[in-house]
Every structure is written in structure tokens, then in C-alpha cells.
Design a protein around this ligand. Structure first.
Ligand SMILES: [Zn+2]
Length: 53
């Protein structure tokens, strides 16, 4: 099953949800594809929280 979730706010690419797996990143109300989310500095991954200090 493939569902169109929206478009990447950085590059305008379509972001889909594939079998419940989001083909991108939705954060703070912004939707981005993996490529743009990867290139963005300052993004904190949940699993990294609390370990950097
Ligand atoms: Zn993008």
C-alpha cells in the first residue's frame, strides 16, 4: 500500500507512506524526504538524545 503523505518542503519531492513506513521525515510540522533531512544540520535523532552531554 502506498499513500501520498505530502511533498518535501525543501525540494518539493513527493513523500509517500509505504506499508506504514514513511519515505521521509516528519518533524515539527515539516515534511522532508530522507535526502534533505540528512543534509540538514542541527537535526537531533531521538536515539542520540541524552547521550551527547
Ligand atoms: Zn527533499
Amino acid at each position: 500500500m502506498r499513500e501520498l503523505v505530502g511533498t518535501c518542503e525543501s525540494c518539493g519531492k513527493d513523500v509517500f507512506c509505504l506499508d506504514g513506513f514513511l519515505n521521509g521525515v516528519s518533524e515539527a510540522g515539516r515534511l522532508e524526504c530522507f535526502e534533505c533531512a540528512d543534509g540538514e544540520k542541527g537535526t537531533v535523532h531521538p536515539q542520540d538524545k541524552g547521550k551527547s552531554e
